[in-house]
Design a protein around this ligand. Structure first.
Ligand code: UDP
Length: 240
C-alpha cells in the first residue's frame, strides 16, 4: 500500500462550497458526492480523517445583525446550520461505504453524538471519519477557528482548507490576471502581507500551536489524494 504523508488530518470545508455558487439551492448533493469519493480515496490508504464543515450556505450570524437579530442568536443559528451540513456530508460518506460519526459541540443527542475529545480520537483510531459539528459551540467564532481547535485537540498533523482556488495568491486570481501562487509561506509572512487565509483568531491559534495549514482546490479530482501522498499541491503555511 502506498504510504501517505499524513496519518491524521483535519479537512475544513466551507459551507458556501456546498451549493456550488447557486444560491437557489442549499446543498448540491452532486458536490457532496464528489467530496465523498475524494475522501474515500484517502481513507483507503489508511489516513484518519476529521472534518469541520461551515454553515455559510445556510446561515451566517454576523450577516443578520443588521436585520435586528441579536448576534448571539444569529451565531447559534449559524452553528446549527453546520450540523445540517454535517448530516448531509455524513450521509454522502456513508453512501460510499465509510464509517462515520457526527459529533456536535452543542448537545443534540437524538441527532448526533456529543463532542467528547477522547471518544473522537478513538473513532479516528478505528478508521471512522469524524465530522465535528456546531462549530466551537460558542458565538463570535468561525468554523475556521473550529478547524484549528479540533485539529489540535484531535492531534491532527495538518489542517487542509479546501477552497475553489488552488492555493494562496499574491492577489485575487479571479480579479487580477498577474497574480501568482505561493507554494509555501510562513505564518509571519502571511500576516505581514495581510493575506486573508483564515480569520485572525483561527490563524493565531494555528500559528501558536505550530499547526500547518494547506490551502488547496477541493474541486479538482485527485487533488486531495495527491496532497496526502506528498505531492506539491496548494499552498503550505507553517512556522518555518
Ligand atoms: N459559528 C459560531 N461559532 C463557531 C462557529 C460558527 O457562532 O464556533 C456561526 C457563525 O455565525 C458563522 C456560522 O456559524 O457565521 C457559519 O460558520 P462559518 O461562517 O464559519 O461557515 P463557512 O464560512 O465556512 O461556510
Amino acid at each position: 500500500m502506498p504510504e501517505p504523508k499524513y496519518k491524521r488530518l483535519l479537512l475544513k470545508l466551507s459551507g458556501e462550497a456546498l451549493n456550488g455558487g447557486d444560491k437557489a439551492q442549499v446543498i448540491d448533493f452532486n458536490i457532496l458526492d464528489n467530496y465523498a469519493k475524494e475522501i474515500k480515496r484517502i481513507t483507503e490508504v489508511g489516513v484518519q480523517v476529521a472534518i469541520v464543515i461551515g454553515g455559510g450556505n445556510i446561515f451566517r450570524g454576523a450577516s443578520v445583525e443588521k436585520s435586528g437579530i441579536d448576534r448571539v442568536q444569529g451565531d447559534h443559528m449559524g452553528m446549527l446550520a453546520t450540523v445540517i451540513n454535517g448530516m448531509a456530508i455524513q450521509s454522502s460518506l456513508e453512501k460510499h461505504g465509510m464509517n462515520t460519526r457526527l459529533m456536535s459541540a452543542i448537545k443534540m443527542e437524538q441527532v448526533c453524538e456529543p463532542l467528547i475529545r477522547r471518544r473522537a480520537i478513538r473513532h479516528l483510531e478505528k478508521g471512522r471519519v469524524v465530522i465535528f459539528g456546531a462549530g466551537t459551540g460558542n458565538p463570535y467564532f468561525t468554523t475556521d477557528t473550529t478547524a484549528g481547535l479540533r485539529a489540535i485537540e484531535s492531534e491532527s498533523e495538518v489542517v487542509l482548507k479546501g477552497t475553489r482556488v488552488d492555493g494562496v495568491y499574491t492577489a485575487d486570481p479571479e480579479k487580477d490576471p498577474t497574480a501568482t501562487k505561493y507554494s509555501q509561506l510562513t505564518f509571519d509572512e502571511a500576516l505581514s502581507k495581510n493575506l486573508k487565509i483564515m480569520d485572525l483568531t483561527a490563524f493565531t491559534l494555528c500559528k501558536e500551536n505550530d499547526l500547518p495549514i494547506i490551502v488547496f482546490d477541493m474541486n479538482k479530482p485527485g487533488n486531495l489524494y495527491e496532497l496526502v501522498m506528498g505531492g506539491e499541491v496548494g499552498t503550505l503555511i507553517s512556522n518555518q
